[in-house]
Design a protein around this ligand. Structure first.
Ligand SMILES: Nc1ncnc2c1ncn2[C@@H]1O[C@H](COP(=O)(O)OP(=O)(O)OP(=O)(O)O)[C@@H](O)[C@H]1O
Ligand SMILES: [Mg+2]
Length: 335
């Protein structure tokens, strides 16, 4: 029978926001349960009420994201681990990483998985310390000013930012807390919101650079095609380029790698009548539908799985996949 802990009950689950310490901690500690399927005869014998109770955790399970160890996830984890080790004793010119690529290519997923891995390792190294904040995750707000960016750092840490606090006050408070709590990885996502071509963008980038000098951590920058925004041009850009490894994320070509991702996602399904291998056999069709974008693939398969449970067919077929409308980008590509 399916078991569910209080933690997996959507009704009482705390709001998930990675950009606050409590949301981030929840994410790093979260270990979703995989529901077991009842034997066929027991499943057939369920009455309506029991079936509802049985289906609910399976529905919840299929709405969640199961992370596949794609080449991007592996590359980011490996590089991130090496950089954090290299930077452990560095007092200046620490090296960092930039994750850049088209929208929906799995940048945030890969970097947050690395952050989670790093935080779990830190917890194991310091089992008796509950006051450590090894990872800080912020997103750059649209049209950001240096103060707005600094306030995002403060918000993650739960530091109050009063109206009167100026940029220096906020930076001092943030750097103080990061140093005291052993912050060793700082992730700045949505970096494309900074354009170095504008004055405000250049000032925000300077603020980031200042943070990276003051906080003894490995900085990771993540955004959509950030090199096109001028991140590596000019004097400031040259300095960034000289210290950061660029990892490029792209959509999957229609190769064995893609089949592997489809197979991994298919393997996570918990449906009663699904024939294993159906989706792998449809790998080319799925590539055509999604343009090789893992985000679109995951959305398509999860929606089809929900449809299979809600309609009682308990399997995913080509015709059911055909009936699902995908995101606009995937739709345009497949045409
Ligand atoms: N490794 C993975 N395993 C399973 N699903 C994934 C993986 N990577 C990405 N996805 C799926 O793709 C969706 C988009 O991924 P993600 O948000 O990481 O992309 P992104 O490159 O950060 O996009 P954006 O540029 O819009 O911020 C996720 O919601 C998830 O469903
Ligand atoms: Mg993202």
């Amino acid at each position: 029978m399916v078991t569910a802990t209080a933690d997996s009950d959507p009704a009482i689950e705390p709001t998930r926001q990675l950009t606050t310490l409590s949301g981030w901690r929840h994410f790093t500690r979260d270990q979703p349960l995989t529901p077991d399927l009842l034997p066929h005869s027991d499943w057939i014998a369920l009455n309506d009420e029991a079936r509802c109770r049985y289906d609910e955790p399976r529905i919840d399970y299929h709405t969640r994201l199961t992370v596949v160890a794609t080449s991007t996830v592996k590359a980011v984890a490996q590089k991130g681990r090496r950089l954090t080790l290299l930077n452990r004793h560095a007092v200046s010119a620490r090296r960092g990483m930039i994750l850049s690529g088209a929208a929906g290519t799995g940048k945030t997923t890969a970097i947050t998985q690395f952050g989670k891995m790093h935080e779990v390792a830190d917890r194991q190294r310091h089992p008796h310390r509950s006051d450590r904040i090894p990872v800080l995750y912020v997103t750059v707000p649209p049209a950001a000013t240096p103060r707005m960016l600094a306030a995002e750092f403060a918000r993650f840490l739960g530091l109050p930012v009063t109206q009167r606090a100026n940029l220096t006050d906020i930076i001092e408070a943030v750097c103080g807390v990061c140093c005291d709590t052993g912050t060793s990885v700082v992730i700045c996502d949505e970096l494309h919101n900074i354009s170095l071509a504008t004055r405000a963008g250049a000032e925000v980038s300077d603020t980031l650079k200042y943070f990276s000098e003051r906080i003894p951590a490995t900085f990771v920058y993540v955004g959509i095609n950030v090199q096109r925004e001028g991140l590596f041009t000019g004097t400031r850009g040259e300095q960034i380029a000289g210290r950061h490894t660029l990892i490029h994320t792209v959509g999957f070509p229609d190769t064995d790698d893609w089949r592997g991702v489809v197979a991994s996602l298919e393997h996570t399904l918990r449906l009663h009548n699904h024939q294993p291998g159906t989706l792998t056999d449809l790998a080319r069709y799925l590539h055509h539908r999604t343009g090789g974008m893992i985000g679109s693939l995951s959305a398509l398969i999860r929606e089809a799985a929900l449809d299979a449970i809600l309609t009682g067919t308990e399997k995913i077929t080509r015709s059911r996949l055909d009936a699902i409308d995908l995101d606009h980008a995937a739709h345009t590509k497949s045409r």
